[in-house]
Design a protein around this ligand. Structure first.
Ligand code: G3P
Length: 226
């Protein structure tokens, strides 16, 4: 399962990249708005930092297929070829996906709440389908189950579309999809940091240090213990 950052704040992105192996960054209009700067300023800064090989997912805002197609092309022109055009999975979005995928653009079908939406997006040529795990949970349906069902629909029908699961509230949701082997998950920085924020892990490591220093002296390591 690929792991992406669901945020547009460059400082947070840099911090996560420093410690963890990350495959790219996803954004949506709300995430970009939260960052406060102009959209292309934010996105170009992210692209420059993550490099041209990494995945960057950027959402269109228009409501008609014709405008979504124009927006998608502009997004890729500005941000490079490993940029995925995120398109909401509504009828106009599906129409835009069909056209853009035919022209070779990379597509992420977003705002997915149901398996049938994901199936339609896959048929329209989307590379990724993004179910909103936690938002589905909040509707009283199990977001993990919906995502697994989508994964099975793709596999059982020989559809090449991958899952890019989004909208997580906790590590367990991410872990369950990792166990199931979905294509990718995009996760907010604070949840990624929480993956291994565990006092048992820290105290185990502290005991190793204390034991070693007890033998060799304070501050000693395998570099200078002779
Ligand atoms: O892009 C979709 C995803 O970021 C939504 O996440 O946390 O707003 O439900 P959230």
């Amino acid at each position: 399962m690929k792991l992406l950052i669901d945020d547009a704040n460059i400082e947070k992105i840099k911090k996560i990249y420093e410690y963890y192996a990350i495959d790219g960054v996803t954004t949506n209009p709300s995430i970009i708005a939260k960052n406060g700067k102009k959209p292309y300023e934010t996105l170009k800064e992210i692209r420059e930092f993550i490099g041209k090989e990494a995945e960057l997912h950027v959402q269109v805002v228009s409501s008609t297929a014709e405008e979504m197609i124009k927006e998608g092309k502009k997004i890729v022109e500005e941000l490079g070829e490993n940029t995925y055009v995120k398109i909401p999975t509504v009828p106009e979005g599906l129409k835009a996906m069909k056209q853009l995928s035919k022209e070779g653009y990379k597509i992420t079908a977003t705002a997915i709440y149901t398996p049938i939406q994901a199936y339609l997006a896959a048929k329209a040529g989307a590379d990724y389908a993004a179910p909103y795990v936690n938002r589905i949970d909040n509707l009283g349906t199990n977001g993990i189950e919906v995502t697994r069902k989508i994964h099975d629909i793709f596999e059982n029908n020989g559809l090449k579309t991958q899952i890019l699961a989004a909208s997580f509230k906790n590590s367990l949701q991410v872990l369950e999809l990792c166990e199931y082997g979905v294509g990718a998950s995009t996760v907010a920085p604070d949840i990624i940091e929480g993956f291994i924020n565990n006092p048992n892990i820290s105290s185990a490591v502290e005991v190793f240090t204390e034991d070693f220093e007890g033998l060799c002296g304070k501050g000693k390591t395998m570099l200078n213990c002779d």
